[in-house]
Design a protein around this ligand. Structure first.
Ligand SMILES: *[C@@H]1O[C@H](CO)[C@@H](O)[C@H](O)[C@H]1NC(C)=O
Ligand SMILES: *[C@@H]1O[C@H](CO)[C@@H](O)[C@H](O)[C@H]1NC(C)=O
Length: 192
């Protein structure tokens, strides 16, 4: 059973994040290597599938419980307008080149206008993505690729890349999951 390959990110850490109340994000998946080191974060979308930025495996289906739950995929056509308040979560580094966090952290972010994010002053490209302003919180995701962006209790993005810590015109870019909802649903159904 394989998870879904979306995009590779090379940077993942949560700096100045706030500790998440235990079990309040039951859909968060922590993918580790055999030594228990964090490989990537992800979102459980089915007992056999983790949605993540990197390619990771679920060796066997997880048992869904009160503290392990799947997160619904967003509707295919629903956009996330600029100004939407969301949060990002992960176990990534808590300081530059620092240790990885043992606890799940989250930060509040605000969605910025896609046209602005695609403009020459920003990234100068036109991916269909969700860009968020991480304010001065200096959030960059390293070692925690695949972490989710949750807006109004709905999964809306998976970390793709972060352009530069604290740089206003280099916001963090998330894969816009709605664009892939149909494909993901079909992949899960046809693989089973
Ligand atoms: C995010 O905002 C909510 C509501 O304003 C607040 O309760 C929460 O503590 C904030 N989280 C972080 C990580 O700052
Ligand atoms: C996971 O996917 C399988 C195959 O499509 C499906 O039978 C099962 O109900 C799904 N589980 C959840 C929790 O959605």
């Amino acid at each position: 059973m394989f998870s879904i390959l979306l995009v590779l990110s090379d940077c993942a850490e949560v700096i100045h994040g706030k500790e998440v109340v235990p079990h309040s994000l039951p859909f968060m998946a922590r993918l580790e290597d055999v030594k228990g080191s964090l490989v990537c974060g992800g979102v459980l979308i089915n007992e056999s599938w983790v949605l993540t930025a990197a390619h990771c495996k679920l060796k066997k289906p997880v048992k869904l419980t009160d503290t392990v739950k799947v997160m619904d995929l967003p509707k295919p056509a629903s956009d996330v307008p600029a100004g939407t308040r969301c949060f990002a979560a992960g176990w990534g580094d808590t300081k530059e080149n620092g240790d990885q966090s043992d606890v799940l952290l989250s930060v509040n972010v605000t969605v910025i206008d896609r046209v602005k994010c695609d403009s020459p002053d920003y990234y100068n490209f036109s991916p269909v993505c969700v860009c968020v302003n991480q304010h001065a919180l200096s959030v960059c995701f390293q070692g925690d690729s695949g972490g989710p962006l949750v807006c109004r209790d709905a999964l809306r993005g998976v970390v793709s890349f972060a352009g530069g810590r604290g740089r206003v015109n280099k916001p963090t870019v998330y894969t816009f999951i709605s664009k892939y909802t149909d494909w993901i649903t079909k992949t899960i159904q046809t693989s089973g």
